[in-house]
Design a protein. Structure first.
Length: 360
């Protein structure tokens, strides 16, 4: 019968899931407050986890040297804050100056494009629209844009408040993760039944190793790639080399797609010089990517996550679409954790089935 057909069942389930998601999307009066609560609570924990894995080796080293763990955790955080302040004071001005130069260049070329557009529009007919139609459309669009800006003003103020709250919570969460990591670990293990504790501990250690390797390794790789890119831009004589290399360093945190996004401003600046400079920028990208893929990344991270590149690309695209830059960075470790969790469940189920068959 048609009702027993597996494709029919899959279609019904897909339609039911789609209907459920549609109905869920209509409950904005419930989802919006929940989304804000999750953002304020979950986002600081996620970002704090990154700093936790970065700083944990230093704290553990200090504790091994008989330093009190609370003092070590607080001291490491203060040193990190001091380094950030020094970096902002000494490097921030240079990067800001180069960004201003990049911004001026961008404005200059946008103005040139606008002048060319005005020349076309002065012919009174611009494609199928007359000049009067164009002015009316532009006026209506401007009114709509300013209306939206006015309506969302208080929303922006709320976002600034949320951002400030998250910014304050992050160091607090990092401090307690560093200071009380054993306490959190013991409490988690205590929730597991005794017969499952050995398997759970092994799974948690596997997850911990994957997160530690990814977070620390990805940031080190991004930093090295930024330095290599900066050297390459200096060699070819690209203007605004420091700003463009810094931008490339931050975007390269995103696997695969990050370097491609990071080179776009450099290609634009190269185009303002001449087309040969664009070619040289692409050569710098090719060389740095070869060094990163064949030398830097294997030495720092290896291939321990064992995730296929096509899976990473789709994960990053979906994460960028849903959650932006932060989502793209955390998509891979979340997938790695989920895979470890599912793999352990399937392994345990297989072992139970094998034991049951042996007994029978």
């Amino acid at each position: 019968m048609v009702y027993q057909n597996k494709y029919f069942k899959l279609t019904v389930w897909a339609l039911l899931i789609a209907l459920f998601l549609y109905l869920l999307s209509q409950l904005t009066f419930i989802l919006n407050p929940i989304g804000k609560i999750v953002t304020i609570v979950l986002l600081p924990i996620i970002i704090a986890s990154l700093f936790y894995y970065l700083l944990r080796p230093v704290v553990r080293y200090l504790v091994s040297k008989k330093v009190n763990k609370t003092v070590a955790s607080l001291g490491v955080l203060l040193v990190l804050a001091g380094l950030i302040v020094v970096l902002v004071i000494y490097a921030g001005g240079t990067i800001q100056a180069e960004f201003s130069s990049f911004y001026d260049t961008l404005l200059e070329y946008v103005q040139q494009a606008q002048e060319k557009a005005n020349e076309l529009m002065e012919q009174d007919e611009f494609w199928i629209f007359s000049m009067e139609d164009m002015e009316t459309r532009l006026t209506n669009s401007a009114e709509m844009v300013f209306g939206v800006l006015g309506e969302n003003l208080f929303g922006w103020i709320g976002n600034i408040t949320t951002f400030t709250t998250i910014l304050i919570l992050i160091p607090v969460v990092v401090f307690f993760l560093l200071k009380d990591e054993k306490h959190f670990y013991d409490k988690t293990i205590a929730l597991i039944s005794p017969e499952n504790q050995i398997r759970t501990i092994a799974m948690l250690k596997e997850m911990d190793n994957a997160l530690s390797m990814y977070f620390v390794g990805q940031l080190i790789v991004a930093f090295v790639l930024g330095v290599l890119t900066y050297v390459g831009y200096l060699i070819i004589g690209l203007p605004n080399a420091l700003f463009l290399a810094t931008f490339s360093m931050f975007t390269s945190i995103i696997p695969f797609l990050g370097p491609l996004l990071g080179i776009l401003p450099a290609i634009f600046i190269g185009w303002t010089v001449d087309m040969f400079m664009v070619v040289k920028v692409i050569i710098v990208l090719a060389v740095t990517q070869q060094l990163e893929g064949n030398v830097v990344r294997p030495q720092i991270m290896g291939n321990r996550l064992e995730i296929h590149p096509i899976v990473i690309i789709f994960l990053v695209i979906i994460a960028i679409t849903l959650y932006g830059f932060i989502g793209a960075f955390f998509a891979i470790p979340f997938y790695a954790i989920l895979r470890i969790f599912v793999r352990n469940i399937l392994r345990n189920r297989k072992q139970k089935d094998s034991s049951s068959s042996e007994i029978s």
